[in-house]
Design a protein around this ligand. Structure first.
Ligand code: NI
Length: 397
């Protein structure tokens, strides 16, 4: 079946490229993927899909489609559909026609590959020993309004036993599949702190309560969360990304504002960090006689791949493309809302190499000249379909 899926994907290579280029030329921002959704619905309908569930959070973006036999297991395959708020500066013929919107993360390719998997699996529906649910998800790039969280909240994972997805990756050579059991992408949380003192003349600090000095101490002290409180073999980042205070050289301001992000792979470490930070904030505020208002938002959990499912994915990749094309991937401190699905059901999130130096395709994700080697589209399509078939046959968990 694996080789048959690859042959079927190769047969629709031109369609995959055409779909991807159409999405690429007409990118849409998070929760604005109305045209993209319309095209996905049109194609799924032409493949024979019925009873599509369209929309998320009351917005007509995103599509959930079901396939197969209600008696067996159910696997969800996921693609994200949104683009980024940036101007494309590349010169490809299919470059963005929408000003300041660009598919610079490859979600156009994800959507095309999942459409391809939906097509070739539909043609084999009577051979499937279970169900496949296709999640064409809106809004991955806007983590505060995650499309994955929205789909989960409206029941998209009900009755689903496993989930799989992939991300095209410019750091891997074209066609290489990167897998990683366990944590593969970090959590991404956000915090903010306002220190309120008492403003006054820069020449008379003793008559003020200086929030700038307190903020400076806080920046330094926060670094001890990672260096002194988290075990050295764990990985965590506490970043202060923004400091705002004051108006000119000789005034001590009343307030200082700090904001930053926290990243880690370990859910337990993630649970501990806000409390550790808050204790330091309280201590610095107390020592400097400032008032502190500290807020911490859990934004995205870490992306944690299931061991057994990921092992199955490795074998599927090797069967399809050969062992030399499948590699253990490095974890990345970047984050993904695929994590919301993987928090609830086992599964895996793979990387698919799209870099091709010989063809000049070397730009990283989110670069204004980002592009992919389109030769990988059939591979991603076959990989998604292969994962579904193999899981429904009883492997992977
Ligand atoms: Ni992305």
């Amino acid at each position: 079946m694996m080789k048959e899926l690859l042959a079927a994907a190769d047969e629709i290579a031109e369609d995959l490229t055409a779909w991807r280029r159409d999405f690429h030329a007409h990118p849409e921002l998070s929760f604005e993927e109305v045209e993209t959704t319309r095209k996905v619905v049109e194609l799924l309908t032409s493949f024979g899909y019925r009873n599509l569930h369209i929309g998320a959070e009351g917005v007509p973006t995103g599509v959930v489609a079901d396939l197969g036999n209600a008696r067996g297991r159910c696997i969800a395959l996921r693609a994200d559909m949104d683009a980024l708020p940036m101007e494309e500066t590349g010169t490809c013929v299919y470059r963005s026609q929408n000003p300041r919107v660009m598919h610079a993360c490859g979600h156009d390719a994800h959507t095309a590959m999942l459409l391809g998997a939906a097509k070739i699996l539909k043609e084999r529906e009577d051979q499937l020993p279970g169900r496949v649910r296709f999640l064409f998800q809106p809004s991955e790039e806007s983590p505060h309004r995650s499309g994955a969280r929205a789909l989960v909240a409206q029941g998209a994972l009900e009755g689903v036993d496993a989930v799989a997805g992939l991300h095209v990756w410019s750091g891997l050579p074209s066609g290489v599949v990167g897998y990683r059991p366990g944590p593969s992408m970090a959590s991404a949380d956000e915090w903010a702190c306002t220190l309120t003192g008492k403003g006054g003349h820069g020449a008379m600090p003793h008559e003020t309560v200086d929030p700038v000095v307190a903020a400076s101490a806080l920046v330094t002290m926060l670094q001890t969360v990672v260096s002194r409180r988290i075990a050295p073999l764990e990985t965590a980042v506490v970043t202060v990304g923004k400091i705002e205070a004051g108006t000119t050289f000789n005034i001590i301001p009343e307030k200082a504002f700090l904001q930053g992000t926290v990243r880690t792979f370990n859910p337990e470490v993630r649970r501990r960090i806000p409390e550790l930070m808050e204790r330091i904030v309280r201590g610095v505020a107390e020592a400097s006689e400032c008032r502190a208002d500290f807020t911490y938002n859990n934004v995205l959990p870490p992306t944690v791949n299931d061991g057994a499912f990921t092992e199955m994915a490795r074998r599927v990749g090797e069967e399809l493309f050969g062992a030399e094309m499948v590699r253990l991937a490095e974890p990345t401190m970047g984050a993904e809302d695929m994590s919301f699905y993987l928090e609830r059901v086992p599964g895996t999130f793979l990387f698919l190499g799209v870099g091709n130096e010989a063809r000049g395709i070397t730009k990283p994700q989110h670069h204004p000249e980002y592009d992919i080697d389109e030769g990988v589209l059939p591979r991603g399509c076959a990989l998604l379909a292969g994962l579904a078939v193999r899981f429904l046959e009883g492997e992977g968990a």
